[in-house]
Design a protein around this ligand. Structure first.
Ligand code: CA
Ligand code: CA
Ligand code: CA
Length: 315
């Protein structure tokens, strides 16, 4: 009976904390009816949009007064003077400004800064929010800070501590894995895994190689869309610009990491230029062209996105 009660209490606790959680790097704002995360490192608009998307959110726009006010409170608290990108863009068609959610600018409460919009040099298709809350059109290639927004407090975390159900826990290694079928370059794959709270998979043992092999087996070539080589996937090792020696993305030699079995004839630096780490379906390693797009495998610790303290704002 006592045990059942404990289980129920644990279940209740997990359920309650799940309700309040999305990711520990996001903060919940009641008035915004959702989560916000500030990215201080300036990025161009397209990078900003992609990073929010990969984090499971959207590049934030001041869609209503409450959300605008929450965004401004973050900007003020962080002393950001230059303003930040909103998700409002005219990327698809010049002059047709919409938020990432597809809401037209005419339905978003806004005030223009003095002299704006001026479409300077006919090259300004992204909207910046100044620390006053006023908007200005800017060139989308300008690097600026930005906020990512995830609407609603409802976030159901799985056993990997993420809302992304493509991550599955593997008891043999204690890690979670996700096989990405949408191909990306090695650098973009690194970005995607990092944004999701993990890293490009590092194979640390024969057991983990077996896990990777089985993961590949669940993702046959026919299940992937697009014109790319489907019998390889990027993982977390690289030559770090020192063509010849491969180290993991955590700086270890492959031997130190615990698995260094290359496929026969690999690494072959085919047509001189294979500097990025990959695996074949056999889970044997391969060096591969960094700039080509392939599937990739992310690995994540089940507690990497969980918070120790509440990250809820009472405002
Ligand atoms: Ca302007
Ligand atoms: Ca590993
Ligand atoms: Ca190769």
């Amino acid at each position: 009976m006592k045990r059942i009660l404990t289980c129920l209490l644990v279940f209740a606790f997990v359920t309650i904390s799940n309700c309040k959680q999305f990711r520990c790097d996001y903060k919940y704002f009641n008035k915004a009816d959702g989560w916000l995360k500030l990215h201080r490192i300036p990025a161009n608009w397209h990078e900003a949009r992609l990073r929010c998307h990969l984090e499971g959110s959207k590049l934030a726009s001041p869609l209503n007064h409450n959300l605008a006010s929450a965004m401004l409170s973050v900007v003020t608290e962080a002393s950001i003077k230059c303003g930040l990108y909103t998700g409002i863009h005219a990327f698809f068609s010049k002059g047709d400004f919409h938020s990432i959610e597809g809401i037209p600018l005419s339905k978003i409460p806004h005030t223009w800064a003095e002299g704006e919009p001026d479409n300077d040099n006919d090259s300004e298709s992204c909207l910046l929010m100044l620390s006053t809350g006023e908007l200005a059109d800017v060139n989308c290639s300008e690097p600026l800070p930005y906020l990512c927004y995830r609407k609603s407090r409802r976030a159901v975390l799985n056993s990997c501590g993420t809302v992304d159900n493509e991550y599955t826990f593997e008891s043999r290694t204690g890690s979670c894995y996700k096989f990405h079928k949408v191909p990306r370059t090695w650098s973009r794959a690194y970005m995607a895994c990092t944004a999701e709270g993990g890293h490009l998979a590092i194979i640390n043992s024969d057991t983990e190689a077996q896990v990777i092999k089985e993961l590949f087996g669940k993702n046959p070539a026919g299940s992937m869309r697009g014109n790319f080589w489907k019998d390889v996937a990027f993982v977390g090792f690289h030559d770090w610009g020192e063509h010849g020696e491969f180290l993991t993305i955590e700086g270890q030699t492959l031997e130190e990491a615990g698995y260094a079995k290359f496929s026969g004839g690999e690494p072959n630096n085919a047509t001189t230029g294979e500097y990025c780490g990959a695996v074949y379906r056999s889970a044997l390693l391969d060096d591969l062209w960094c700039e080509n797009k392939y599937a990739f495998i992310c690995e994540m610790s089940p507690d990497s996105l969980l918070c120790e303290d509440s990250n809820e704002d009472s405002q």
